[in-house]
Design a protein around this ligand. Structure first.
Ligand SMILES: Nc1ncnc2c1ncn2[C@@H]1O[C@H](COP(=O)(O)OP(=O)(O)OP(=O)(O)O)[C@@H](O)[C@H]1O
Ligand SMILES: [Mg+2]
Length: 238
């Protein structure tokens, strides 16, 4: 489980997330929603260890291991994975090479290759796309599928998906969601999203609403539906 206790995050000394506390349990699905600029990606990037997002105070533990002083690769090794909102191109490095380094010889090149092939098939990713330098010339939707593929190869305990459903067509969304559902068992999913549509395929156990860097509301799946119907303003209780 991922435990976050009174986390305050700043960018260039400006506080973005204030006193965020939450316990994400093993095997459960969480949705994080909130208006643009409310700090969802900031929270995700700080959890993953992005150096720009400074942790001013608070504590992050993953399965009782204190992780916030670890480098991003060590956090990944500890079982945390972040699928980026805007995945970047990695010049000259293929997905295979990247995964080889990330897995540090944990599986053989042949097994890794087979795993990539199998998951690409499930995610309907063209073979040629997988062979290119990572994300080079890849469309927005293709990048999201490649993010999921990488995450599943690493076999993390906690997967944070930052808008995996944004910029993705209806057919691709269905494919992504079905693969996410298939591999969710015993994993914690934190799904940052603006929309309900991905929840046609799997339901979140809890929905968290971030507003101006503060965890404003939590609720069940119906909260995500309410937000979609009435927006954030009407839901704030004001
Ligand atoms: N690297 C950065 N430098 C300066 N400001 C930043 C940086 N990253 C985030 N911010 C600021 O922090 C605030 C929260 O941004 P963040 O990207 O976390 O929002 P978000 O909730 O993910 O929004 P969206 O729904 O649009 O993705 C914004 O005001 C943003 O401009
Ligand atoms: Mg964001």
């Amino acid at each position: 489980m991922l435990s976050i206790n009174k986390l305050t995050i700043a960018v260039k000394d400006k506080i973005i997330i204030k006193d965020f506390s939450y316990l994400f349990e093993k095997g459960k699905i969480y949705a994080i929603m909130g208006p643009n600029g409310s700090g969802k990606s900031t929270l995700a990037l700080a959890l993953a260890g992005h150096p720009v997002y400074q942790i001013k105070s608070g504590k992050i533990t993953l399965n009782n291991q204190y992780i916030q002083d670890l480098s991003p690769d060590k956090r990944s090794k500890a079982g945390l994975f972040l699928s980026f909102q805007s995945p970047l191109v990695l010049n000259g490095v293929s997905l295979f090479q990247m995964m080889r380094v990330a897995l540090r010889g944990k599986i053989s090149p042949i097994d890794l290759n087979n795993k990539i092939k199998h998951l690409s098939k499930e995610l309907v990713i063209k073979e040629e796309l997988v062979k290119r330098p990572l994300n080079e010339g890849a469309s927005g939707g293709e990048r999201k599928k490649l993010e999921l593929l990488q995450g599943l190869i690493l076999q993390p305990k906690v997967m944070i998906f930052d808008e995996i459903d944004t910029g993705v067509d209806v057919d691709s969304l269905k494919i992504i969601a079905k693969v996410m559902k298939k591999y969710q068992k015993n994993r914690t999913y934190i799904v940052i999203t603006h929309y309900n549509r991905i929840f046609q395929y799997f339901k979140p156990d809890k929905v968290l609403i971030l507003s101006k860097g503060v965890l404003k509301q939590t609720g069940g799946w119906e909260l995500a539906q309410q937000i979609e119907n009435t927006g954030y303003e009407k839901n704030s209780g004001k």
